[in-house]
Design a protein around this ligand. Structure first.
Ligand code: SAM
Length: 283
C-alpha cells in the first residue's frame, strides 16, 4: 500500500493510503501533487499539505460561503482570493442573486489541474458568465481595486507561509476594509487552534483583523483531513454581527441544498471552546 503522509506537528503525522499518484508539478509558486485513493477519492496537496479531496471538501466550501449569505442575504458582488480549486466559487454561484464573482488565484496551474483532475470543484467555473478569473497575487489585486466595490471577500488561502503570507498581513486586511462596501463582510481561512504552529497563526490573524474591523468573530467546523480536524474561519464586518443579524428564514428561501451547513449549525459554529476563546482574547 502507498501512503501519503504529512506532518501535523513535529511529533504527529497523518497518512492516507492511495492507489495512484496521478500528477506532480513544481510551479514558480509551489509544489502541486495529485493522488487518487479509496477513502478520500482524488486529492491534491500544495507543498506537501492537503488542500482538497473529493470526500470532505463540501464541509470547507459550504462553511466558507454560507454563513455570510445567511447574515446578509443581499450579497451581489463577491471577491474570492485564492480558492484555485474552484470549490468556493461553486458554492457562491449557487446563489442566483449574485451578480459577479471575481476569483484571484496566484497560481493558474492549480486551477487548470483542478479542471482536469477535480471537476467536482473546478468543473463549469470558467464557463459561468458571472465569473471573472484573474491569475495574480491577491494582495496586489486588492491594492488596486476601487473603494467599496465588493459586498463579500472570501479569503480561501493556503497557510501564512510562502505565497500565502501576504494574505495574513495588516496591510491586506486594511485593503479589504477599503474595498468592501459599508455593509461588507470578510471571511478568511483562520487556521486551527490545536497544534501550536497553527494556533499561533490563528492568534496573529485574529489580532490583526481586530485592529481593522469593528466586528470580528471566529467560527469553527470539523475538517477531517486538516491538522487536528478542528478548523476555523474568521468573520469580520463593518456592521453585521453573524448571530444578531442572522437571517435564517431569508436564507432558507434560497432553497440551497447543503450537506453540512444549516442555520442552527450557524449559531453553534460561533460558540467556541474555552481554550480557543482564551487564546483569541490573549492573542
Ligand atoms: N482549502 C484550502 C486550505 O485551507 O488548505 C485552500 C485551498 S486553495 C487551493 C488555496 C489557494 O490559495 C492555492 O491555490 C494558492 O495558490 C492560493 N494562494 C496562496 N497565496 C495566494 C496569494 N497571495 N494570492 C492569491 N492566491 C493565493
Amino acid at each position: 500500500m502507498n501512503w501519503y503522509t504529512e506532518s501535523w506537528s513535529d511529533e504527529c503525522k497523518f497518512s492516507i493510503a492511495y492507489d495512484e499518484k496521478i500528477y506532480s508539478e513544481k510551479t514558480p509558486f509551489q509544489q502541486i501533487d495529485f493522488y487518487k485513493g479509496k477513502e478520500f477519492g482524488t486529492f491534491f496537496t500544495l507543498d506537501g499539505l492537503m488542500m482538497v479531496n473529493e470526500k470532505d471538501e463540501f464541509i470547507y466550501h459550504e462553511m466558507i460561503v454560507h454563513p455570510a449569505f445567511a447574515t446578509n442575504p443581499n450579497i451581489k458582488r463577491v471577491l474570492i482570493i485564492g480558492g484555485g480549486d474552484g470549490g468556493t466559487a461553486r458554492e457562491v454561484l449557487r446563489y442566483k442573486s449574485v451578480e459577479e464573482v471575481v476569483m484571484v488565484e496566484i497560481d493558474e496551474r492549480v486551477f487548470r489541474l483542478c479542471q482536469k483532475y477535480l471537476p467536482v470543484t473546478a468543473g463549469g467555473i470558467e464557463e459561468e458568465p458571472r465569473m471573472t478569473l484573474k491569475f495574480e497575487d491577491g494582495l496586489a489585486y486588492v491594492k488596486k481595486a476601487p473603494d467599496a466595490s465588493f459586498d463579500l471577500i472570501l479569503v480561501d488561502s493556503t497557510d501564512p507561509i510562502s505565497v500565502g503570507e501576504g494574505l495574513f498581513t495588516i496591510e491586506f486586511y486594511q485593503e479589504c476594509y477599503r474595498v468592501l462596501r459599508n455593509d461588507g463582510i470578510l471571511i478568511n481561512q483562520h487556521e486551527s487552534p490545536y497544534f501550536t504552529e497553527y494556533a499561533e497563526n490563528m492568534k496573529r490573524a485574529h489580532k490583526k483583523i481586530k485592529h481593522i474591523f469593528p466586528i470580528t468573530h471566529v467560527y469553527q467546523y470539523h475538517m477531517p483531513t486538516y491538522p487536528s480536524g478542528h478548523w476555523l474561519f474568521g468573520f469580520a464586518s463593518k456592521v453585521y454581527d453573524p448571530l444578531l443579524d442572522l437571517h435564517a428564514e431569508d436564507w432558507k428561501k434560497f432553497k440551497i441544498q447543503t450537506k453540512y451547513y444549516n442555520t442552527e449549525l450557524h449559531r453553534g459554529a460561533f460558540c467556541l471552546p474555552n481554550y480557543v476563546r482564551e487564546a483569541l482574547v490573549d492573542g
